[in-house]
Design a protein around this ligand. Structure first.
Ligand code: NAD
Length: 273
């Protein structure tokens, strides 16, 4: 029997953490060995599976990362930028691979991830859904074909608790489109229309953000031309799709066993697409 890949989930009691507990538990080739929560959380020593609604899995929540440094192969982190950077330092120190789903990093944070990737293997993606990653590929092709003569709008909607805006996925979509058009997103992105009330400038990429209710995640990209428009939409209906994608990425990284920073493009092998 092949040895199962041992996973540690940090932020394990969060919205994504709970889905990750289920996804790892359901995997035939992964095993959950640690579920980490914030220091002094009231959940410490309670069964992570019970909390995730899947019954006892004999893994209790803990806040002691050092204690499990020898017990796991890959850390899965969907927390906050600040927490992820401290977990990243821990993983570098202990030579552990990492799956990073946290969004909202500033340039400093992104640089830290790149630096860490000289020491460990990392899959870093703003969106672990397979559908969104397929959409990113299609967007690149669409932008190359019709982007030059379309007004491009990226519209995203998420639940009211989301802390960053626009979403990391919306920005990744903007980056793909800008790349296909040979442009720099930093120069072409418009996040706030009220700053300039003139008519729409040609070639700009506009972003709109909705934060409401319990929307899991929706992204639409509109290419509006003269006499016709074309749009692509992805809707996540449950967070389990991100969790399954993250577990798939972790198993891929365990097999690859290489330093460097990878994304879902590498995991899904869309490069051949
Ligand atoms: P959440 O607030 O429900 O969960 C975050 C968890 O991290 C909480 O349990 C919190 O206690 C823990 N945490 C925060 N700071 C910590 C620290 N310093 N030490 C230990 N634990 C800490 O949020 P969520 O909805 O689960 O989202 C988490 C992150 O994942 C966000 O950045 C979100 O945008 C991102 N996300 C990414 C994807 C993707 O596919 N990449 C999908 C969904 C969410």
């Amino acid at each position: 029997m092949t040895k199962k890949v041992r996973m540690a989930i940090v932020g394990a009691s969060g919205r994504m953490g709970l889905q990750l507990i289920q996804a790892v538990h359901q995997s035939q080739t992964a095993r959950l060995v640690a579920a980490l929560v914030r220091k002094k959380s009231p959940l410490i020593n309670t069964d992570a599976g019970e909390f995730a609604g899947i019954g006892s899995i004999k893994v209790v929540f803990s806040d002691d990362l050092e204690a499990i440094s020898d017990a796991f192969d890959i850390m899965i982190d969907f927390t906050s930028p600040q927490a992820t950077l401290s977990h990243l330092a821990f993983c570098c120190k202990h030579q552990k691979s990492m799956i990073i789903g946290t969004t909202g990093f500033d340039e400093f944070g992104k640089e830290e991830i790149k630096k860490a990737a000289k020491k460990i293997g990392i899959v870093f993606s703003a969106n672990f859904s397979i559908g969104v990653n397929l959409m990113l590929q299609l967007l690149e092709k669409t932008a190359a074909m019709i982007g030059d003569h379309s007004d491009i709008e990226i519209i995203e909607a998420h639940h009211r608790y989301k802390k960053d805006a626009p979403s990391g996925t919306a920005l990744a979509m903007g980056e793909k489109i800008a790349k296909a058009l040979g442009k720099d997103l930093q120069k072409e992105a418009i996040f706030d229309l009220t700053a300039s009330l003139n008519e729409r400038a040609l070639g700009k990429i506009h972003f709109s953000t909705i934060r409401a209710g319990d929307i899991v995640g929706e992204h639409t990209v509109l290419f509006a031309g003269v006499g016709e428009s074309f749009e692509m939409t992805h809707k996540a209906t449950s967070r389990i799709n991100f969790a399954n994608g993250a577990v798939r990425a972790a198993l891929w990284l365990a097999k690859k066993n290489q330093k460097g920073v990878f994304d879902m493009n590498d995991v899904l092998d869309f490069n051949e697409f």
